[in-house]
Design a protein around this ligand. Sequence first.
Ligand code: ADP
Length: 454
Amino acid sequence: MKVAMIVSEMEPFAKTGGLADVAGALPRALGKLGIEVHALLPRYSCVKEKGARISAGPGVTVHFIEHEGYFNRRALYGESNGDYPDNLERFSFFCRQALERLKSDGIRPDLVHAHDWQAALSVVYLSTQLKADPFFAKARSVFTIHNLAYQGLFPKDQYPRLGLGQELFNINGLEFYDQVNLLKGGLVFAGAITTVSPAYAQEIQTEEQGERLEGVLRMRSKDLVGILNGIDQEIWNPAGDSHLPHRYDHRDLRGKGKNKAALQKEVGLPVDPKAFLIGMVSRLAAQKGLDLVVQALPRLAKLGAQLVVLGSGDRAIEESLTRASSQFPTIRLRVAFDSALAHRIYAGADAFLMPSRYEPCGLGQMIAMRYGTPAIVRSTGGLADTVAEDPSGGNGFCFQSIDAGAMVEAVERALRAWRRPAQWGKLRERGMRSDFSWDRSAKEYLGLYERLVG
Ligand code: ADP
């Protein structure tokens, strides 16, 4: 089977977030299953590879779509003063050229898999302008939502630049409250829709979390499925992690205690094995529930817990965290995007906190569990699908309401369990033995592709 993966960012070429992790790992995992994958990506200025295409492992070819004016810029989607105003033109060009490239290179896809609003137009063009093109006659399509909050919205006067007929600019097409909504095009025209966890697939069909697209999603609910993301088990491996001062595995966790002491020292916390150390690694965005953490700081400090937060993003969230944490010597905030420190927090913390308001999948909780660091999460989206609290068989701690008090109670339960080493050891081991690999997810995608292609 030949799959064309159309995506606007991909590890290791260009990254702003989790989408790049998925686009980097999924093609390789599919390649291992015998699929021929062609990934198509804009040639941004950060792409250093030469040539129109390169091989990226067995079965995987990456094709770069070039346009000096559109893609040779400092960032992918926008800079500090906002999104690039011509994003509609940039990404409609990308989608059209990606399909053109397949044709000019004679790559006849069985399936086109497009990701997020930036690539959504490729499935629209496939079902409209290219519908009668024999080259794409057998191509089926899948569209994946990585985060429904980002929809690619543009003023309606830009619609003619898409080259689509006016008959598609209505409630059944790309029109959305008098604007152009590119993501909606993907939802309407794709053969199947996926999102990155089963729980999020349900949540986005509700008014609370549907971002005003719940009606469209409900209409397509029989074609909508949640497939949990995986984590790269080679990058995230406590037994071979070069960022850690001490390596360890589930058979021998002595190194983990040493990493805790090293982390306490590195971030300026009292080096104390008896202090319950909670870690956070997060974008500073409203989605991530850091306001609950700010509210809870006095109570966390009173519990005697230590907290280290690594985050970057929203300036207002950063300021409120900075202000609140400066009063507590047991709370440490690092404002940075620092992958090496992230590894040391996953390894050195006793528990990992993710109080997200919503979470399409979430990688942090899976990474933490792999490092023997049980997660304390708000049960939403992918967090609900991966973390379960159950004294006999669970792998972490959960709370339901978006409420600092509920979060602190979950922390207290975690702290009580941590003080019982036998119980904690079992909990930790269950997390470390869980299969969060891409192999599992890739098999689910392959099953979906096979059902569509027939
Ligand atoms: P999202 O994609 O919404 O940001 P995920 O949990 O899916 O959240 O993925 C976040 C990824 O980015 C994880 O690999 C996490 O370790 C990493 N990350 C987030 N913030 C930082 C940071 N400040 N420094 C280093 N890595 C970070």
